[in-house]
Design a binder for this molecule. Structure first.
Ligand code: ZN
Length: 382
């Protein structure tokens, strides 16, 4: 993590972990994996006569509550209906709702880790590497391998996204914007929202100064059982900022169909920069792909070693300057100067330098025996 504490953490529902995170990472937003919670609740009620009905209602309450108020109201009705007022498990879960109920966790950015799908969770990251009989020593080794595999996957995705792009569905400049900037996988997520717009209709609009409030009615797509839902979108005419109470953007980092609809309505065809995340751009070198993997020295490449060395010095310099604006300006100015020099050097050293794409030449080598150092070189000829 390059000495930066995580801003968000997902764990199983575990008291010791909760306490430890509060102490060690007091600023991190901690959330429990909803998939595990629902699995536990449903296991507990398996023998009940009303099991199916409880399961149905509970999922409704959890997934279909768009706002905190709506959740409180629906939860109250659910508990009353099944006489669960003194059920300890539910009491505790309710008290800890901030940790697991989607509408409470959606204000935080979770980098695409959804509340519902286990396949997108960290379990999938370790699938095939770690199982319940893995020892601590094995875990450290396997963790490195899983991390290295992830880096290879990301590099492959970036590389493929560069090599070819899938065609746009529409003629909108906004779609073209995402197609040219994002990796194919992320562009597809945006496109899904763009196409989802056809299920939405404006139902009302209110204006208050620079802020316009739109009510958007969507058919079908929300929650597990609901047939339709109404969302509120706020648009600021001065800044072109657009917020939706479905919180999809805050949570997943992709503009929702309701925001897109309002942007189109306001004749904005290029999305403001704040809605485009660098982390999903195919143009960036992700710094974590250069972080040294501790266990297996075979994986330490020259590029990684250089990066480590520079990172250490940068950190020390930043630590010394962090308490004063003047010192900070001085550091930034020197670094920009250095950046200019290096850019010039790169320009004059010729364009035939190979660029490492990080793609193993043998695709079968991504398994247990990670041969990351075998790379395809690409030569740029102008
Ligand atoms: Zn929305």
């Amino acid at each position: 993590m390059s000495r930066v504490p995580p801003s968000a953490i997902i764990t199983d529902q575990d008291k010791a972990m909760k306490k430890a995170i509060q102490i060690v990472f007091p600023k991190a937003r901690h959330r429990w994996c909803l998939w595990h919670i629902l699995k536990k609740i449903l296991e507990k009620f398996k023998g009940y006569r009303e099991y199916k009905s409880i399961k149905f209602c509970l999922k409704n309450v959890v997934y279909d509550s768009l706002t905190k108020e709506e959740f409180e109201e629906r939860w109250g009705r659910f508990i009353e209906k099944y006489h669960l007022e003194s059920h300890e498990w539910f009491l505790e879960l309710y008290n800890e709702r901030y940790y697991w109920v989607p509408t409470f966790v959606k204000d935080t950015f979770w980098a695409g880790m959804s509340t519902t799908q286990r396949s997108e969770s960290i379990n999938a990251f370790f699938d095939g590497y770690v199982h319940h009989q893995t020892t601590l020593k094995e875990f450290v080794e396997q963790y490195d391998k899983a991390l290295a595999k992830n880096v290879v996957n990301e590099n492959t995705e970036d590389f493929n996204s560069f090599q070819s792009s899938i065609p746009c569905f529409t003629h909108y400049a906004m779609e073209k914007q995402f197609q040219s900037v994002y990796t194919t996988a992320k562009y597809k997520e945006f496109r899904k929202e763009l196409l989802g717009k056809v299920c939405c209709n404006f139902s009302s609009c209110k204006e208050d100064g620079v802020i316009s409030e739109y009510e958007i009615h969507e058919d079908g797509a929300f929650g597990e059982n609901s047939q339709h839902a109404t969302f509120l979108v706020y648009f600021n005419k001065d800044t072109n900022e657009v917020n939706c109470n479905c919180r999809f953007f805050e949570f997943r980092g992709i503009l929702c169909r309701h925001q897109i609809m309002v942007l189109f309505h306001m004749k904005i065809d290029q999305v403001p920069n704040k809605y485009i995340f660098k982390r999903w751009s195919k143009n960036i070198k992700r710094s974590h792909t250069k972080v040294r993997i501790n266990y297996d020295n075979r994986l330490v490449k020259l590029e990684t070693q250089c990066f480590d060395k520079m990172y250490k010095v940068f950190n020390e310099v930043a630590d010394l300057a962090v308490d004063s604006e003047d010192k900070c300006e001085k550091v930034v100015a020197r670094i920009l100067e250095l950046k200019g020099e290096l850019k010039q050097e790169k320009l004059f050293s010729g364009s035939n330098e190979p660029i490492s794409a990080g793609i193993p030449t043998d695709s079968t080598s991504c398994g247990d025996d990670l041969a990351i150092s075998k790379e395809t070189k690409i030569y740029l000829i102008q």
